[in-house]
Design a protein around this ligand. Sequence first.
Ligand SMILES: [Mg+2]
Ligand SMILES: [Zn+2]
Length: 470
Amino acid sequence: MNLAESSFHSSSSSDDLAAILNDELETASSDSSPEFGTDEDEEGLLEQRVKRQRVDSAEESLQVIEDAPVVQQTKNACLHPGFFKGLCMVCGQMEEDDGSGVPFGYIHKDLKLGSSEIDRLRGADMKNLLRRKKLILVLDLDHTLLNSTRLVDLSAEEHHLIEQALTTAQAGDGSGTLFKLDRIHMLTKLRPFIHTFLKEASELFEMYIYTMGERAYALEVAKVIDPEGIYFHSKIISQSDCTQRHQKGLDVILGAESTVLILDDTEMVWQKHRENLILMERYHFFSSSCRQFNSPEKSLSQMNKDERESDGLLATTLGVLKRVHQAFFDEVGLFLKWTSFFFGFLNLFLLQLGETDAASRDVRPFLQRVRKEVLAGCKVVFSGLYPSSEVPSEQPIWRLCERLGAECCVNFDSSITHVIAGCPGTEKSRLALRHGKFLVSRRWADAANYLWRRLPEEDFPVILPNNPPS
Ligand SMILES: [Mg+2]
Ligand SMILES: [Zn+2]
């Protein structure tokens, strides 16, 4: 995000603030990368900058007083765009205790911004992003991009992975996926395809890390997935930055909600932003991860395998991100091409119109549209998945299939294409077999949800719950 670039649109003193924030976002991560304990240095830097700013604006004010007393009056009516250690960054006045400021601890631990300033920065940032044909991507860490375990939780069979991690570190060519985080006594396994994913996604999106983990952990992991700090800079949001308990919110992101896509394996924490979310299937590499989620399945390390680079979750998801990004910007482009073909002389005007058009655009309907293609053309009926006393259209499986573009029905008839059943032998299951319809377990719908395509029905047979597939 380049707040400074966008600040030429306004002339308020908060431009200076935008420049400071921008500097801070670009440099904070490199300032703090070698040690955790550099908060002090970081603080010193920002403090110096703010002090310098105050001196500058004081000198400016003197100049202004000489030049035009009218302007001095506007200087006095400071809008207090941001606070540092409780003092306004522009006029130095103490913050009023009305709770209106939002803390931006990941930019700097003592920084708070006023809501009107956040809105202004978001608006300016959006124009700037859209001009660069970029959207915003918020990335969860655990089970989405990687899987971590404490060293003490490694099983005996997994101990050789520590050796393997040390070999990765020695190779040092940036292609490794297994790392020992010495400082916090953990081992982390990156999801296959992550390096390509980050590189290609960064060309289309401004990226944030957003984890419920602690800041020290987030910084350690960031060093592994982004050693040069080119993808995230200091856009690393951790537990202490969340403004609501057990919830992640877009309120701490300096970008408009209409431009944000989120990748996360936990839907619950995004209650307010489900429409921005691409839900990820959990990446369970270590056995401790399965234990943590009470999963009866074996972890990838226990099965001695891994997701494939070519068609694993990250590769699939990158494809979805590209499609949504393209759909978002294509319509603007199409509109411009068409109109400028007919009205070539109005090009400049139309370019502006195109920008306005993009700014009113929302990424959420585009995501919805791509999702609805997944099971388009399927007409499904459910059997044995919820009590008949329940309202069918309120059931999670019904909603899921609907979101994926399938037509959901209560009764079986000849136009039905799929019966999704909880167990074999139900009446609808028998009807499916008799009439040559697909009979699948609900995992068929879940898999379609994660992989964004209709999978071969024969891979999802309906079996008795106590009779797992061999
Ligand atoms: Mg997670
Ligand atoms: Zn002020």
